[in-house]
Each structure stands twice: as structure tokens, then as C-alpha cells.
Design a protein around this ligand. Structure first.
Ligand code: ADP
Ligand code: MG
Length: 475
């Protein structure tokens, strides 16, 4: 842009700002950029579809007349959605964030005045469009162990914050495998955070988040959705790994930036760290990694025993005749190693069995009842970086050789082996693997996988090598 164009754009922005007012300007136009001016048409862009449709529906004429005041020949405004996401905004100081918060028109108080009134936490929560909450998933029923102490402490801190407190880490990002307590912790934050009635904590699964945006766009109530989000003190999003689609990502990115910039707390759970959310844009990932990232490890045996005890105690509150002797609990804690869901399932089965047959719980009965929950150890989650590191070491090449475009035999084979292992030991798709191997095409990965599969069938030495590598990676 020339400096003349730049000045003109600044004047158009100034006009727009004074026509619509500061608040509206900040809400809708702050992220609108000028792309080009050609003859009678002006091309501008916004980061999200949602902004585009809103501006077109409500402000198209005013935008046009602000332009015409500067450049009378303009007769057309084109608005597009920028494909590149701007997810790493300049760092704002606390004061600016505070000012922005005060500038917000839609506060929880105004939402209340619209007839929300005080409501029980869960009804209120669902009225705001939140996902349903399970009343059992609270801090009281969350059992502490070595693997979850840090995540629990961070979650508590968030839940106990008061409106206007400085936000310590944002976003709080918790990751762990299936059944290790992510949803439990997130819902606990939501229950506890809403309990005082002072703050609004909204829990959304990522599907609900996506559905919320799509539905809002279809019914033209984008404003309602945005307003609801603006009235939230803490936004809690579960299962972020399911976030899909470029435009939804852009909406997510926009919401994340807006909330964080306004000093609102965001809490996120996913089954992997931000760096492994491979379908997400780099800038979203770095924003996610910019707060506090905490992993919850697998449940240790001691923790499993404590969870079982607390589950049995909870069941006894309603079924006084139910009792599980300690040796049975210890057996279950040793045998069911996978996740909290199976522990819960085991207790439910013992309860059902003892009720239906009016029999006390014995070790023998327990062994029979939970047989199918006792599975061999799940294979460890293997990371692509680990595969690259182990393969590079094995073949005495560097990791950057593997990612490079070099095609000498001493690099090509190890690279193919590494891609093959990435396909067989992780759940990553071919395009994702290609991206992680120096931006290769998915057909290259497919070729490597087929090649090694074929060779392993014929070449015993290679088969042994591959087996050894697998074992190293899975131990
Ligand atoms: P995730 O969302 O990580 O897949 P959940 O939060 O749904 O896992 O947990 C699965 C089950 O295990 C739930 O019934 C949950 O209450 C239980 N659970 C997991 N961790 C704990 C814990 N630390 N204390 C009590 N229950 C737990
Ligand atoms: Mg979950």
C-alpha cells in the first residue's frame, strides 16, 4: 500500500468509527483490513465468515458511504474472509486488556437483566448454550494422585478466581489420554466457578462450539452467540482435538483471541499437546501453547485404588447393602489399568450383580464380572518426533537428514522406515505425516509405507530392524 492509500484507509476507518460509535467499531471492524482499491471497487477482508456475514447484513451501506466520502468513484465493496489466520496478536498490557473489558456493553449483568435472573447452575448453564453437565463430576469427587496434582491445582485456581482478578495463565490447556479425567476436571471447574453466582463459566464440547457457530450463521443470530460469549468469564472447551474445518478454526481462533485479549479465562482439554494438533494452524497452536500446558499422566495403581474406593463410597450412599471388600478393590486396581471409565464400569457391574442376585461381592465374582475389562496394556502413544529421533540414531543419520530433500540411499531408506513407523504406530493421517517429514506429499508417504511393507515380507534383516525399532519406541 502506498502511503497515500494508507492515509486514505485511515481516514475511512476514522469516518466509520465516528458513524457507528467506538463500541460497534471495536466489535466488528477492528479486524477489517484493506486489501486493494481498483477503479470503482474496494476489496477488504475480515478474519472470519461470521464477521463477514454480519458486516454485509448490517453495515454494508455505511461502509460504502464512508468510502465514497473519501473516494467518490467507489461503487462497490467486496468483503472476503482472509485465509491466513492472524492468531498471534501483539501482546497487550494488562491495562489495555482492562480497558477493553470495561468497554464491553454486554456484561453478565445485562444478560441477567434480559430475564435470565438467578437460576440453578445447570439450568443457567444450558440456557447460555452450554453442553450438559454431569452433577457427579465435581472437585469433591475428583481423586488426587501423582499424575493429576498439577492439573488439579491449576483447575482449582481458575475455578476460584474472582471477576476482575488478573488471569495467571491463559489459556489453561490440559491434555491426557482417554478416560484420565479431563472432562471430570473441566466440569468441576464449571460447577465450582458458577457456584458463587458472581461469574459465568461456560462449558462447551468442541462440537457444540462448532455447532453454535454454524447454527448461529444459518439463523442469522451470530450476534446472540457472540454476545453470549462476551458475557462469559471463563470459557471451557472440551475435546479440542475434534475441531475441524478451516473456517471453524478461524472462528475458534478469533474467539480465543477476543476472550484472551479481554482478560477472560479460557480452559481447554484435548487428548494431545498443542504441538500435536496437526490439523491446526501454526498460529493457533502457538497461542494455545502460550498459557499453561499440563499433561495428566496415566492413573497409577494407588490412584486407581483411591478412585475405586470413592466410587464405592458414592454408590453406598444410595445402596446401603453394597460393600466391596478391600482385597477385591486391590484386585481391580491392579487388573484394570486403562482408564477411569473402566474403573467406573467395574463398580457399576459389581453393584448390579450384587443387587440382582442379592449376593455379597467376592473376589471370584469380581474376576468373572470384569474379565473383559482386563485388557493387555494399551500400546503407548508414540510421537513422530520420537520415531524420527530413534530411526536417525539407528541409521546414524541426523533428524534433519530425514526431513531434508536429499535422495541418497543412506537417507532414503531410513526416511521410508520412519514414515512407515509413523503410519503404523501413530493415528496420524498420511498428509499429516507428510507435513511432519519436511512437507512431503501424502503420496510420497504412501509410497514409503508400501515399499517397507513389501520389503519386510522378503528381507528378514530389515524385518528384524523394524521390529527392534518398534520395540524401542513402545517400551
Ligand atoms: P476423559 O475426559 O479424560 O476421557 P473423564 O473425565 O471422562 O476422562 O473420566 C473418565 C471416568 O474416570 C469418569 O467417570 C471420571 O469420573 C473418572 N475419573 C478419572 N480421573 C478421576 C479422578 N482423578 N478422580 C475421580 N474420578 C476420575
Ligand atoms: Mg472427555
Amino acid at each position: 500500500m502506498t502511503s497515500m492509500e494508507h492515509d486514505r484507509w485511515a481516514r475511512v476507518q476514522g469516518r466509520l468509527r465516528s458513524t457507528v460509535g467506538e463500541d460497534v467499531y471495536t466489535s466488528w471492524f477492528a479486524r477489517m483490513d484493506l486489501e486493494s482499491v481498483q477503479g470503482e471497487s474496494v476489496h477488504m477482508s475480515v478474519p472470519t465468515r461470521f464477521l463477514k456475514s454480519w458486516i454485509q447484513a448490517h453495515y454494508a451501506d455505511r461502509v460504502l458511504s464512508c468510502w465514497q466520502a473519501e473516494l467518490p468513484e467507489v461503487h462497490r465493496i467486496d468483503l472476503t474472509v482472509r485465509s491466513a489466520m492472524r492468531c498471534a496478536p501483539p501482546v497487550k498490557d494488562a491495562k489495555a486488556a482492562g480497558d477493553e473489558r470495561r468497554a464491553d456493553r454486554v456484561t453478565p449483568a445485562t444478560m441477567e437483566a434480559r430475564g435470565a435472573g438467578p437460576m440453578p447452575v445447570s439450568a443457567n448453564h444450558e440456557a447460555l448454550g452450554g453442553s450438559p453437565l454431569d452433577p457427579r463430576l465435581t472437585f469433591d469427587s475428583f481423586v488426587l494422585g501423582r499424575s493429576n496434582t498439577l492439573a488439579h491445582a491449576a483447575a482449582r485456581q481458575v475455578a476460584e478466581g474472582r471477576r476482575g482478578d488478573p488471569v495467571m495463565f491463559n489459556p489453561l490447556y490440559i491434555h491426557a489420554g482417554v478416560g484420565l479425567g479431563k472432562t471430570h476436571l473441566l466440569q468441576a471447574v464449571t460447577w465450582a466457578g458458577n457456584a458463587g453466582g458472581e461469574r459465568k463459566v461456560l462449558y462447551l464440547t468442541v462440537e457444540k462450539f462448532m455447532y453454535g457457530f454454524v447454527a448461529a450463521l444459518k439463523t442469522q443470530t451470530a450476534l446472540a452467540f457472540k454476545e453470549a460469549l462476551r458475557g462469559i468469564d471463563v470459557l471451557v472447551i472440551d475435546d479440542l482435538q475434534f475441531l475441524q474445518g478451516k473456517s471453524t478454526q478461524a472462528e475458534f481462533c478469533h474467539t480465543l483471541n477476543a476472550l484472551i485479549d479481554a482478560g477472560r479465562q479460557v480452559v481447554i482439554a484435548a487428548d494431545r499437546p498443542p504441538s500435536e494438533l496437526e490439523t491446526l494452524d501454526d498460529r493457533v497452536r502457538s497461542r494455545l501453547a502460550g498459557g499453561l500446558v499440563v499433561e495428566m499422566g496415566t492413573l497409577g495403581e494407588e490412584l486407581r485404588l483411591d478412585i475405586l474406593k470413592s466410587r464405592v463410597a458414592a454408590a453406598r450412599a444410595h445402596h446401603s447393602g453394597f460393600d466391596v471388600p478391600l482385597p477385591v478393590l486391590e484386585y481391580l486396581a491392579k487388573a484394570i489399568t486403562h482408564n477411569g471409565r473402566d474403573l467406573e464400569g467395574a463398580v457399576n457391574r459389581l453393584l448390579a450383580h450384587s443387587k440382582l442376585n442379592a449376593q455379597p461381592v467376592t473376589l471370584e465374582m469380581a474376576e468373572r464380572e470384569v474379565r473383559d475389562l482386563v485388557r493387555p496394556q494399551e500400546p503407548k502413544r508414540v510421537k513422530i518426533e520420537d520415531i524420527q529421533r530413534v530411526v536417525a540414531r539407528q541409521y546414524n543419520v541426523s533428524r534433519s537428514d530425514l526431513l531434508s530433500s536429499r535422495r541418497t540411499a543412506n537417507v532414503v531408506r531410513p526416511r521410508q522406515v520412519a514414515m512407515y513407523l509413523a503410519k503404523t504406530l501413530t493415528l496420524r493421517s498420511l498428509p499429516e505425516i507428510g507435513r511432519r517429514f519436511g512437507g512431503r506429499d501424502h503420496t510420497t508417504v504412501l509410497h514409503a509405507v508400501r515399499k517397507i511393507e513389501a520389503l519386510v515380507g522378503k528381507d528378514v534383516a530389515l524385518a528384524d530392524e523394524v521390529e527392534l525399532l518398534k520395540r524401542q519406541l513402545q517400551d
